[in-house]
Design a protein around this ligand. Structure first.
Ligand code: ATP
Length: 287
């Protein structure tokens, strides 16, 4: 397990070793040249894993994901420090559309379907974004319908008239039409019934387990994140404050305290020391 405080020391070898598909190094983000949304966030997504970025409202999850997909410019935001690499390439040099063609695709918060297009037309926009041939589009469409049989039934319905769960499936299906290597999802559970959320997370788990799809999920629901992710990164007030395997965090930490802001207080306490081995986490002065 790897734990580190807000004033991060060198990250222990366990979290830095090996090349990851996605690497975010110490990024800072500002909106409108004034609003510091993120001051220092790092994370990595090793190929073939599910990583979850966890944090309370306003912690900086969405901003981190926008930075990864190079979408900040449209919102008058910019990365002012740090670096993001996808498959060894600096994402700042690639347009969002190029990132999609290279295999990095994001399902935005709030599902974002084209409401006047049918379910199938929405899915096909993913094929267009990738530049798929007609044959590839047909194959990928059938694959999405196998993954989400409900979408086959609703293929001719206007997306705006489908349920929230179906819209989330459309948004994920459209992303899958681009044949991603890294699928990024921003709060896929938001506003959905628990059973629908479970079904969607089970699909994500199966895609990861059977096809090795790498997944990064921003989630406010820490229970979900701990159940489905391999690795967890917790952000608080624009900083990553805890990172490690979901198993270790489940067994050794109460994530709720991060949501209450207690972690920042503890970590800012001058008596709190970092265990330099990185194996036993935080030790408190005197222990
Ligand atoms: P939520 O779960 O509520 O979406 P979050 O963890 O995703 O929260 P962000 O949306 O990244 O957090 O917000 C981080 C900070 O950046 C917040 O203070 C927020 O108000 C600010 N922020 C987000 N988007 C913008 C924007 N477009 N312009 C200015 N400030 C923004």
């Amino acid at each position: 397990m790897t734990i580190y405080a807000a004033n991060k020391p060198q990250l222990p070898a366990a979290i830095t070793s090996g090349q990851a598909l996605l690497e975010v190094h110490d990024i800072a983000v500002v909106y409108d040249d004034a609003m510091q949304a993120i001051s220092d966030v790092s994370l990595r997504v090793p190929a073939g894993t599910i990583t979850s970025l966890v944090g309370a409202n306003g912690a900086g999850k969405t901003t981190t994901l926008r930075a990864i997909s190079n979408l900040l410019i449209a919102l008058r935001g910019r990365v002012t420090a740090g670096r993001i690499c996808f498959d060894g390439q600096d994402v700042a040099r690639l347009r969002p559309s190029q990132l999609v063609r290279q295999g990095l695709v994001q399902v935005l918060e709030g599902r974002h379907c084209f409401p006047h297009l049918t379910v199938e037309e929405n899915l096909l926009t993913g094929a267009t974004a990738r530049g798929s041939t007609p044959r590839e589009s047909r194959e990928d469409l059938q694959r999405v319908y196998r993954i989400f049989p409900r979408l086959r039934e609703r293929r001719s319905s206007r997306s705006g008239l489908t349920s929230g769960g179906e819209q989330q499936m459309v948004a994920i299906g459209r992303a899958l039409m681009t044949r991603p290597r890294l699928l990024i999802l921003d709060e896929p559970s938001m506003g959905l019934a628990p059973l629908v959320v479970r079904d969607i997370f089970e699909v994500l788990r199966a895609l990861n387990a059977k096809e090795g799809l790498s997944i990064l999920i921003a989630e406010q629901n820490s229970t979900l994140a701990l159940r489905y992710a391999d690795h967890i990164v917790v952000v608080e007030n624009g900083r990553d404050v805890l990172a490690g395997s979901a198993k270790d965090i489940r067994e050794n930490h109460n994530l709720e305290r991060f949501y209450l802001g207690e972690a920042a207080l503890t970590l800012a306490d001058p008596d709190t020391k970092i265990d330099p081995s990185g194996s036993a986490g935080i030790s408190t002065h005197g222990e």
